[in-house]
Ligand binder design. Structure first.
Ligand SMILES: Nc1nc2c(c(=O)[nH]1)N[C@H]1C(S)=C(S)[C@@H](COP(=O)(O)O)O[C@H]1N2
Ligand SMILES: [Mo]
Length: 230
């Protein structure tokens, strides 16, 4: 283990311990069957949330504010700042030097479609957080895309191990239209919680609503509880 890997592993266990109770109290981990008791394969969840249509992987729609920033990997920067002991700016090579993770996860869009079992590869959010070391006051994050988008998350959702900064999907580089070179994916929540073209993760000592949350989307965004608006 390198020094960096050891520091990250220590940071991750400290954060998991700090937020363990709140993580356990959230629907994806707390409810054995929040929408009934159909076939289950996702932390005790049915395969797709209520009223969702399952699309094939090659039918993955593109949804965003209408701009598609082109970010070459040599211009990629990810700022981790706010309520942290160690603010950092990561370049592409820094990102790839961090421990990499694979997650087979689902992608649920509030407009009514879900894609099941996408193979995501990237860096776990908890790895990034362990690097930046959230202060004792940190409770939430705001994530920003370079198109002006933002979306907020409580740390007890962001720190779940399947939350990734994704750079590879199904073995191929994440496409520009889906937020490449790197975006956040939060499989347990509606897809708007994952900023495409992410360039900043700001740690906060209180909650603050992001782009769609200000405009009436649910702040909790749990598909399994049908949290869609407000
Ligand atoms: N930067 C950025 N990220 C974003 C958005 C956006 O407009 N800009 N839209 C969000 C919404 S509303 C959804 S449903 C998903 C869609 O991701 P996709 O285009 O890869 O399907 O991205 C989310 N992340
Ligand atoms: Mo969306």
């Amino acid at each position: 283990m390198t020094d960096l890997e050891r520091r990250i592993a220590e940071g991750v266990s400290e954060l998991r311990a700090r937020f363990a109770e709140q993580m356990k109290a959230t629907p994806s981990l707390a409810d054995p069957a929040p929408q009934g008791d159909g076939p289950k394969n996702r932390h005790g969840m049915p395969k797709e949330p209520p009223s969702q249509n399952v699309l094939e992987k090659d039918e993955w729609p593109v949804l965003d504010l209408g701009q598609t920033p082109e970010i070459a990997t040599d211009r990629f920067r990810l700022v981790l700042d706010g309520a942290v002991e160690n603010p950092v700016t990561l370049r592409w090579e820094d990102l790839l030097a961090l421990p990499q993770a694979d997650e087979q996860a689902d992608f649920h869009c509030v407009t009514g479609w879900s894609i099941i079992d996408l193979a995501f590869r990237g860096v776990r959010f908890e790895t990034l957080a362990a690097l930046a070391r959230p202060t004792a006051a940190a409770t939430h994050v705001m994530t920003y895309g370079s198109d002006g988008y933002s979306t907020n998350l409580p740390l007890w959702e962001a720190l779940k191990p399947d939350v990734l900064l994704v750079h590879t999907v199904e073995g191929k580089p994440l496409s520009t239209q889906h937020g490449g070179p790197a975006r956040i994916v939060v499989p347990q929540l509606w897809a708007w919680k994952g900023a495409k073209w992410v360039n900043r993760i700001e740690f906060l000592g209180h909650d603050r609503r992001g782009y769609w949350e200000i405009r009436g989307y649910s702040n909790t965004a749990h598909p399994w509880r049908d949290d869609r608006m407000w």
